[in-house]
Design a protein around this ligand. Structure first.
Ligand code: SAH
Length: 354
């Protein structure tokens, strides 16, 4: 059964085919997003027959919650089990008034970044639009009724620009005023840097906030850390980033995972400052979050501060991403690896932990 909000099975068309008015779709979305019901049957102002028909044609849930972790800082992480027993992660981050959700776009990842847990076993498949929307629905249900999701970051498992066809309809759904009503400006898509897909975003959807994961300022080092860089190269990525910026007028963000002794030297910082020179860019420095079994080290406080200082002195806007939820393995792809779950146990767990 397709998910109710899959664009291939548009709710509005389905209603029209039954001779039902379009405002029913609004009502259904309100139940789903504002009232946060769990089933069609709870949509009590819909005629019973319609509720039954909806339930026999669409699913509201194709995932189950296999694990639900809560950290002391308010970060919550869900491990969702998909219909084919694959697992993905999504996270709720609380920061002041902000309720930022971090969602996944693929099961696994093909980019192969050597320090990232998500790509260790390659990519298994793209997520469907419904599976991406379900992460938002599941996460919104962690909030009390008077709180709403305020920001979305597509920084979970996977490379979002390798799955734009399914991601963009899900993000469009998130923006609907009769749904979550999250403006495009509050949605960040993080990419390893795939120029053709960046061009497509520039043409079709330049309103999103784009974050490009650099991790190195020269191709030799970057290809070691981000193997997919071998066939792309920094020059094309920066050119595509510049075009996105010229079209969107939105400040670009570059992410840089700081790995102790690997890409955190003064020379690395100076090279990064040169690469970004003259751009209205923000560098988000992310201290490496250790992944079990990988040989990388966190930067020392001294090397981190030195790195930041060189960038600041060169006039580059830089911020350090604070680590949230590290005790619950909130870094992308970590939980999925730590929690092998037998398919037959998953639904039980989902019931127990909800
Ligand atoms: N594929 C996309 C989005 C997913 S990852 C991308 O590459 O941007 C989101 C960010 O987390 C990326 O910058 C990624 O490099 C970073 N990241 C991955 N593993 C990490 C780790 N172990 N510690 C710190 N940051 C990590």
């Amino acid at each position: 059964m397709p998910h109710l909000l899959e664009p291939d099975a548009p709710l509005e068309l389905w209603l029209r085919d039954r001779g039902l008015p379009a405002w029913r779709a609004k009502a259904i979305r309100r139940w789903l997003f504002a009232s946060r019901v769990e089933s069609f049957d709870e949509m009590t102002d819909l005629p019973k027959g319609l509720r039954d028909d909806l339930a026999s044609e669409f699913s509201l849930w194709t995932t189950s919650i296999a694990r639900h972790h809560q950290a002391e800082d308010g970060t919550e992480k869900l491990l969702l089990q998909l219909h084919d027993n694959q697992r993905i992660e999504c996270v709720m981050l609380r920061d002041g008034d902000r309720r930022t959700v971090c969602i996944s776009s693929q099961v696994g990842c093909a980019m192969g970044c050597v320090f990232c847990a998500s790509g260790l076993d390659g990519v298994i498949r793209n997520l469907s639009t419904g599976e991406i929307i379900e992460q938002l629905l599941r996460l919104s249900r962690l909030l009390p009724p008077d709180e709403r999701i305020s920001h979305i970051v597509v920084m979970g498992m996977g490379e979002p620009l390798a799955n734009l066809d399914r991601l963009l309809p899900a993000l469009a759904e998130a923006q609907r005023p009769d749904g979550l009503g999250i403006s495009q400006r509050r949605i960040t898509i993080s990419t390893v840097g795939l120029p053709p897909a960046m061009e497509r975003l520039t043409e079709e959807n330049p309103g999103y906030h784009l974050a490009v994961s650099l991790h190195a300022a020269n191709d030799e080092l970057r290809t070691k850390l981000v193997p997919v860089n071998k066939s792309i190269g920094l020059a094309d990525i920066m050119a595509a980033a510049d075009r996105y910026w010229e079209t969107s007028g939105r400040r670009l963000t570059f992410e840089y995972v700081l790995l102790g002794g690997v890409n955190d030297s003064p020379d690395d910082a100076a090279a990064l400052a040169r690469l970004l020179g003259g751009r209205a860019a923000l560098v988000n420095v992310i201290p490496y979050n250790p992944v079990a079994g990988l040989p990388w080290k966190e930067p020392t406080a001294t090397s981190r501060e030195r790195f930041l200082g060189i960038l600041r002195d060169a006039g580059v806007n830089v911020q350090v991403r604070r680590r949230k939820g590290s005790r619950i393995n909130a870094a992308c792809g970590q939980l999925r690896r730590l929690e092998p779950i037998l398919p037959s146990h998953a639904s039980q767990l989902a019931q127990g932990e909800r």
